[in-house]
Design a binder for this molecule. Structure first.
Ligand code: ADP
Length: 204
């Protein structure tokens, strides 16, 4: 199994932007948010279980998960929230591990906004943090998502603080500059370092 690098950073820090550059260098990226969506797609066993437990209202007319409805149901009930987490966490973990196992590149990245919060670091060898200050994070996330400042702030409040995140980083990309060429250079030089890393963790 290859070295696994966890790629994280707060909302709007530039994780996806950075991930694209590593993809361009031939590195396979496993996207934790994407996996979390895949496991509840129509036809997946987890979606059938959710429908059974929470009722058919949790699906829309097309048979897809109605996320707003789901959020509302689990917001109202701690029991339902715990049930959902107990159902989904092992499925998400197994799917992440399966995708990491299938990766063929020299090393592989696990892109996860909540890498540290959800302790996904138990599956990774090193942590790469994409960093910008909070002001820039809010500015870029607002521009991208057309969200209000308070919506972005609420997401940031549910994430680990910038200083705690940086404390846990093995590598940091400073994404303050708008100079994309400089960003590519930072990534290229990290890539060369990553190619010679040794595994730290036994990833089962
Ligand atoms: P994340 O995946 O961490 O939420 P994104 O990679 O989507 O962040 O970046 C957030 C927004 O900021 C996107 O619209 C992206 O195009 C933009 N962006 C990312 N890096 C830079 C940069 N260095 N300069 C200017 N804009 C950037």
């Amino acid at each position: 199994m290859q070295v696994i690098i966890g790629l994280t950073g707060g909302i709007g820090s530039g994780k996806s932007t950075v991930a694209k550059e590593f993809t361009a260098l031939g590195i396979d990226i496993v996207d934790a948010d994407k996996v979390a969506r895949q496991v509840v797609e129509p036809g997946q066993p987890a979606l059938a279980e959710i429908e059974l437990y929470l009722g058919p209202d949790v699906l829309n007319a097309a048979g897809e998960l109605n996320r707003a409805k789901l959020r509302q149901l689990i917001f109202q009930s701690e029991t339902k929230k715990q049930w959902l987490n107990a159902l989904l966490h092992p499925i998400i973990r197994d799917t992440l591990l399966a995708q990491l196992n299938m990766a063929k590149s020299e090393y592989v990245m696990l892109e996860a906004p909540l890498l540290l919060e959800n302790k996904l670091t138990q599956y990774t060898d090193y942590t790469l943090v994409v960093d910008v200050d909070e002001k820039l994070q809010i500015e870029r996330a607002m521009q991208r998502d057309d969200n209000s400042k308070s919506q972005i702030q609420a997401i940031m409040d549910a994430q680990i603080s910038r200083s705690l995140r940086l404390q846990q980083a093995d590598y940091v990309i400073d994404n303050t500059s708008v100079d994309r060429v400089a960003l590519k250079q930072q990534i290229k030089s990290l890539h060369l370092k990553f190619l010679s890393l040794k595994k730290k963790t036994f990833n089962s």
